[in-house]
Design a protein around this ligand. Sequence first.
Ligand code: ROI
Length: 164
Amino acid sequence: MVRCFIGLGANLAQPITQLQQALVAIKALPNTKLVAASSFYGSKPMGPQDQPDYVNAVVAVDTTLTPLDLLNRLQQIEQQQGRQRKADRWGPRTLDLDILLYGQDILNSERLTIPHYGLSQREFVLYPLAEIAPELILPNGTVLQDLLTQVPKNGLCILCNSCS
Ligand code: ROI
């Protein structure tokens, strides 16, 4: 079993519902056990600002799927939930599922870069990740808590009933 962290993001078509459905789908993955899920966070769009705010979360799973098997499964879930792959890399999306970490593995292939290339800079990844894995150390030896001190929250907040 390998402990993996997956980032979830959505900013179209009822993003909270998108993330809830994605959680159900991830729970149902074969050879995989969901071990933790962060709160849902509201975040400002990174990239073009003329798109809705995002909802982001991070989950931890233990899996015996290979990184590529896991990627294929996650892309299947994205597709099931209406994701259209567009040329516009930075545009809005109904659901984005990113493998952030796969154990302590470092992988650089055409389809997969692990750790995820944006992990160390993105507040909407780092804070939810720290909520479920506060002691985490990245494969390159970086201490997660040290990154938090360098990356401001930029308006990131845990979604609650009073902010919908
Ligand atoms: N911005 C935020 N806040 N959250 C995301 O999940 C997200 N995903 C993206 C881009 C367009 C980079 N911006 C994002 O793919």
